[in-house]
Design a protein around this ligand. Structure first.
Ligand code: NAD
Ligand code: TDX
Length: 349
């Protein structure tokens, strides 16, 4: 049985990945390492220890803690690493960039070095989960390919770009089997309610305003988290070393159109009045350096990995809204404390 180390497994994408790994990849033992920051939540992994007592282990540690990583690599015969752990929210990176540099740059460097020390002779595969945001902003036409130069705009994307360079340097310099996937905006269950989709659903249910940055005309490219994670697995299993794969489902939407689609879906599923929800739209101060448009060209992953997104957007959005409505306790336990303080800082009173 192979041992797969998943960092950031208590977060949104990581926890969905861990469930997929345990349920669909029986030949793997999954060791989750997570520091449990504000975004990490053990509820996201509830039940897994009981369901998979032999194949699942959770370790609380920070990815910048070299000693903790060395001990873990000494205890477990790790053959694969998928590195999700990161500070992930752009607006928080604008309010306070240092945590992003520490976790995203230093954390990646510390993890790469721990893997190199443990794998000296070239065993092991390291996959870096990256983002389309490292390419910067597009105008109204075109799409990012793997050849698009990195041109990040925010402290978040700059820190992710720095990490990507380290990952490729470890392949070129030490011959390690490292690779990168760069995905567009994810949606689905267990997403922290600071991100656009769960943020808006929670505020629709709670009776709050719906703050849209600028005129709501910025474009994001959306993919269901399970499709992203299937792409990560394909790359982990099939990619050669030193490769980069863009992952996306060719689903571009203006923010305002997405929020209106959410209004229709929440109204349909709860019986709320869509006109009253629409009246709560508030066009607020734009995000500084707000990237205009993202669009991923996934043709390399389609061609070389057989990557095929399965979840149609309308279906995925409907099931996502249904999930947040059915798991109100999950997000209500989050939207207090530190979260309220953040919302006050970001959106004012
Ligand atoms: P998230 O914020 O929901 O989860 C991040 C997880 O990492 C949390 O469990 C947190 O506790 C953990 N973590 C943070 N700092 C840590 C540290 N120093 N040590 C150990 N653990 C730490 O993030 P997400 O949205 O699930 O994103 C996961 C990864 O995917 C990130 O690398 C992100 O850049 C990338 N990504 C996200 C998206 C998206 O749309 N959300 C798109 C493309 C790529
Ligand atoms: O209140 C809001 N109002 C609003 O108009 C929020 C929270 C967002 N927005 C806009 C900003 C973006 O154009 O919606 C869009 C999506 O915003 P976020 O959910 O913050 O995502 P984004 O900034 O696009 O970054 C996300 O996708 C790429 C993830 O957070 C990153 O981790 C990932 O790398």
């Amino acid at each position: 049985m192979k041992t797969l180390l998943v960092t950031g497994g208590a977060g949104f994408i990581g926890s969905n990945f861990v469930r997929m790994a345990l349920s669909e990849h029986a030949g793997r033992r999954v060791v989750v390492l997570d520091g449990l920051t504000y975004a990490g939540n053990l509820e996201n992994l509830e039940g897994l220890q009981e369901l998979y007592p032999e194949r699942y282990r959770f370790v609380r540690a920070d990815v910048t803690d070299a000693q903790a990583l060395a001990s873990l690599f000494a205890e477990e015969a790790v053959e694969e690493v998928v590195h999700f752990a990161a500070e992930s929210h752009v607006d928080r990176s604008i309010l306070g960039p240092m945590a992003f540099v520490k976790t995203n740059v230093m954390g990646t460097a510390t993890l790469l070095e721990a893997a190199r020390q443990a794998w000296g002779d070239g065993r092991g595969r390291y996959l870096q989960v990256s983002t389309d945001e490292v390419y910067g902003a597009l105008g109204d036409a075109g799409a990012f390919t793997e050849e698009t130069p990195l041109d990040p705009s925010s402290p978040y994307s700059a820190s992710k770009a720095g990490a990507d360079h380290l990952v490729l340097a470890y392949h070129r310099t030490y011959g390690m089997h490292t690779l990168i996937t760069r995905c567009c905006n994810n949606y689905g269950p267990y997403q922290f309610p600071e991100k656009l989709i769960p943020f808006m659903i929670a505020r629709m249910v709670s009776g709050d305003t719906l703050p849209v940055y600028g005129r709501g005309e910025n474009v994001r490219d959306w993919i269901h988290v399970d499709d992203h994670n299937r792409g990560v697995f394909l790359a982990l299993e099939k990619s050669g070393p030193g490769q980069v794969y863009n992952l996306g489902a060719r689903c571009e939407l203006r923010n305002i159109d997405l929020v209106r689609a959410l209004i229709r879906e929440v109204a349909a599923q709860t019986g709320r009045d869509p006109v009253e929800l629409e009246r709560r739209l508030a066009f607020v101060q734009d995000r500084p350096g707000h990237d205009w448009r993202y669009a991923i060209d996934p043709s390399k992953a389609v061609r070389e990995l057989g990557f095929r997104p399965r979840v149609a957007f309308e279906e995925g959005l409907g099931s996502t809204v249904a999930w947040y409505l059915a798991h109100e306790g999950w997000w209500r336990r989050i939207v207090s404390g530190e979260y309220l303080e953040y919302v006050r800082k970001q959106y004012g009173a």
